[in-house]
Ligand binder design. Structure first.
Ligand code: NAP
Length: 312
């Protein structure tokens, strides 16, 4: 019997088409009367396709009594209740590793763009300020700066290996020390106090909610820069806005936000902040590879009850 798959979004058109060729796919985002659909079809669904951003709402999972597997597009799983999945024996896969390089490149891009004031400089050259006012204000060099990484996992390590040739020293904070030559800090405040650039590459979720707070931002200090490619939830955004207003820190480069896609307009008003629309993995090559891995995980489950990149 053809497996019934509930797709919570269109991962990539080509990959949604591949899934539809082989399975009986229902596009949940396109169904108008979701409750009536779940009453009629919820018990037939054995697999869900979702993404790190859409996650898996628990109330939806409750309506899928025969769910076996969730294949997610992305690496974060803070919007999937793993405990609820474990209790029900639902298996979950993500798309790790293949996005690491693009996300690390974006982190480095935001670090340079923030330190060297790329957006201000672009405007200076474009708008005629250069002609009218002369050279733009001097910026700060990356060389000899201390880069403090919060969460030295796959992406954090890729960021460190890219930053070191630019002449930075790396320190990090996480749940446990790693077998690396960088300095491990046992507290986040101590890392922030040491660092010139604080780089967030840890998971979102309850354990990291708001860990970048007023105290950590004060420790980072008035010449310090915050870069966040992790999750908006990791930063207390109100505290960040207050720190930027009060010049408690020097600037920020942000790919992720509290209430995406509704970026707080106050953040858009700071010229020492570089914004990017949660697009760190957003290249054609990486998104295609992620879409393929979602398909491959689904097929591996269908064929042999195994996942290629499981998290549980
Ligand atoms: P990973 O390999 O699992 O690395 C996560 C790292 O964070 C690990 O070193 C882990 O330390 C550390 N960590 C876990 N809990 C922590 C805590 N409570 N406090 C501090 N550190 C903690 O994952 P990854 O592939 O590098 O991805 C990291 C995160 O990047 C994802 O979870 C996602 O939120 C984010 N991300 C963002 C984008 C984007 O588009 N902006 C794209 C991909 C991923 P231990 O090893 O000691 O547990």
């Amino acid at each position: 019997m053809t497996r019934s798959v509930l797709a919570l979004l269109d991962v990539r058109p080509a990959h949604t088409a591949m899934i539809a060729e082989r399975y009986d796919v229902h596009r949940f985002d396109q169904i108008e009367d979701k409750s009536a659909f779940l009453d009629e079809t919820g018990s037939k669904i054995t697999a869900v396709v979702t993404s790190a951003r859409v996650g898996m709402p628990v109330d939806l999972m409750d309506r899928l009594p025969n769910l076996e597997v969730i294949t997610s597009f992305g690496v974060g799983y803070d919007l999937i209740d793993l405990e609820a999945c474990r209790k029900r024996g639902v298996r979950v896969s993500t798309t790790p590793d293949i996005l690491t390089d693009d996300v690390a490149d974006t982190a480095i891009m935001l670090m340079h763009a923030t330190m060297r004031q790329l957006i201000v400089g672009d405007d200076w050259a474009r708008s005629g300020k250069w002609v009218k006012n002369g050279p733009m204000t001097l910026t700060r060099s990356i060389r000899d700066k201390k880069l403090g990484i919060v969460g030295l996992g796959r992406i954090g390590q890729a960021i460190a290996s890219r930053a070191i040739p630019s002449g930075v020293e790396v320190g990090y904070f996480g749940r446990s020390p790693k077998a690396v030559d960088y300095t491990f800090f046992e507290s986040l405040s101590a890392l922030a106090d040491w660092a010139d650039i604080l780089m967030l590459s840890c998971p979102g979720g309850d354990a990291t909610k708001g860990i970048i707070d007023t105290q950590v931002l004060s420790a980072l200090g008035s010449s310090g820069v915050l870069i966040n490619i992790a999750r908006g939830s990791v930063v207390d955004e109100a505290a960040l806005i207050a720190a930027l207003k009060g010049k408690v820190i020097a600037g920020a480069g942000l790919d992720v936000f509290d209430n995406e896609p509704n970026v707080d307009r106050t953040l858009a008003g700071f010229d020492n902040v570089v914004l990017y629309p949660h697009a760190a993995s957003g290249t054609v090559e990486t998104r295609d590879a992620m879409g393929q891995l979602v398909v491959d995980n689904l097929n591996a489950w269908d064929e042999r009850g195994a996942l290629i990149t499981p998290i549980i």
